[in-house]
Ligand binder design. Sequence first.
Ligand code: BGC
Length: 765
Amino acid sequence: MKKATSLFLVAVLFSSGTVLAQKKKTAVSADQKMNTYISNLMSKMTLDEKIGQLNLPSVGFDITGPILSQGVEEKIEKGLVGGVFNTYTPAAVKKLQDLALKKSRLKIPLLFGYDVVHGHKTIFPIPLGLSATWDMSLIEKSARIAAREASADGLNWTFSPMVDIARDPRWGRMSEGSGEDPYLGSLIAKAMVRGYQTNNLSSRDAILACVKHFALYGAAEAGRDYNTTDMSPNRMYNEYFAPYKAAVDAGAASVMASFNDINGTPATANKWLMTDVLRKQWGFNGFVVTDYTGIPELIAHGLGDLKTVSALALNAGVDMDMVGEGFLTTLKESLKENKVSMATIDQACRRILEAKYKLGLFENPYRYISEERAAKEILSDGNRLDAKAITRASLVLLKNNNQVLPLKGNAKIALIGPLADNKRDMIGNWSAAGDWRKSVSVLEGLKRYAPQMEITYAKGANLVDDAHILKQINNNGADIVADEKSPERLIEEAVSAAKKSDVAVVVLGESAIMGGEATSRTNLDLLPNQKALLKAITATGKPVVLLLMNSRPLTLEWEDANVTAILETWFGGTEAGNAIAEVLVGNYNPAGKLTATFPRNIGQIPIYYNHKNTGRPFDGNELDKFKSRYIDSPNDPLYPFGYGLSYTTFSYSPLSLNAKVMSPAGKLQASVQVSNTGNYDGEEVVQLYIQDIYGSITRPVKELKGFQKIFLKKGESKTVTFSIGINDLKFYNADLKHVAEPGDFKVYIGTNSRDVVGSTFTLVK
Ligand code: BGC
């Protein structure tokens, strides 16, 4: 290196060193300032007021249970409430904040929480759909818009992101997360936290994130909500923990304990999880809130009476009690009996006050409350445009025979199905503040984007006919009324529309209320009345495009074998109809990829791509009896993780590695050339998978380790290169140490987790 250059470098390093030191100093003094402020405040607080900060009642519109919180306003005046949830709009928030600031002794501002899960008023696709974009900037943008709208509406805390890895589509909450993969799930968790919190929590449009449900909620046995989880620590660390940790690393200000029992100790009372893993190993320094009535539910779990379980939760590391009021009503007595310590109560109280301080609430408790901003920000044209772009990117093309999609400009379309002209279901479950009346149906979207097309609409079937399911979902707001026409008549009309058309587009799936919390199912076929409609339409011999709306993978073997094309649209949010129409008419070429495996049948569940091998892997020979397989079904899924087609086609060259050997400090470049060989410009998510062939413990057959979403013009080729480093090869070994073991690895690149090109390399010591 030349002397002048090296001197210059030294100078740069030195000055960046001083900048860093300066930054650190500022952070330390900001922390000191906060600590002094809070210590001073706490020195004035009574025990009741401290315990009051740990209390989170629900006020207003309650969506996850009966309204249990009583006398909240009076409690706020007495300083017995730390925050509330389910209250929003500037006026409603101001009313309660006024009570805290004008009537309570110490005037401590309240937190205002809410389930802003996939948008506040401008609703984005359900999170499972969002994840299918594989686009971190779009996902972050959705969270940013959600935070801007929510904060304008008086909120300062969202119960999101939900990052539970889920491998069981029977579980209705799969819709709320990002699917089955820990690597992708981690990137999404980070993007969401950044979107909500920005890098400055005290800015007017940032809100606290709450990563949930810690932990392993997605592994509920038999896919039944709230059910037990029993899992080896090894599996937890290698397959389930990463997205929670990623959210913590990204600075998530709060964590929500999950409802479920984990290896004998429900998360809410689980000290190992809440303190050893979360705080000691991961360095989390925010606050932990229970889930809805999580503390009293420990009684039914069988851990003791309310006083006992409240003390258990606090001692485990829980800081805030959502709705349960176990802390409020029993901690004082437990303190007297030495079941909890003053230091533990103080610590929990301090953590909640710190969150308020970081939000800037002590400086200006009304910082979020502005009718003007609400009117300007909420459901703005810009937000809706962004939502449309995000929704388009979430759509996954599962099948497209004879290139029936995109629809030809002059085609006669029969638009059929109970979800075809439906606004109510478009915003999906957990669109808590969303107004379905503001959403766009597929029929409306098609009329807008294909005004020249002749479209005949026929409902064809009720969304749900099954009396048993209907009773339950209507009780939860589905509002489904049976059509006055008989089911037979509805089908007849649809068949006659299909016969007169060039293509039938049939929009089927679940009611939005059939997904989300407490919606486990044991059958994932299309509902029988919808299937009957689809069969009748297919029997006309016309090309059939099946448009699906659903909260989870469904079992679609018959559909895959019998319809011409399938487009998975999840529940796409406020702009669903416009986004879908743009894809149908070819204004946008779909590029979404599945983030959860679609099984062939329910018996294959749990099914996921990153499984282990057995000692007797199945090699396709059905007469070879003693292999790990079913005698009545293939092992492989209908659509694998990472799968999704495009209107164009892509070809992959063989994989090339720049070396066959990698040293621990080195990097390896794995490349393929991807070519757009079809007739449309398009995007492709190029995926990198690695397998550690021999390990000190068994390792999955493949793990996602990278991906790039690229755009290729028709006829264009690009070389896509992934850089593989030691961190991509690490896993938690039998001692839960994060290590990379020297030896042979397979590396794969492909269009999904099944269709890949591969090579091998060796990691040396
Ligand atoms: C859900 C949480 C949610 C909370 C508050 C619970 O029932 O499990 O995900 O954040 O309610 O609404």
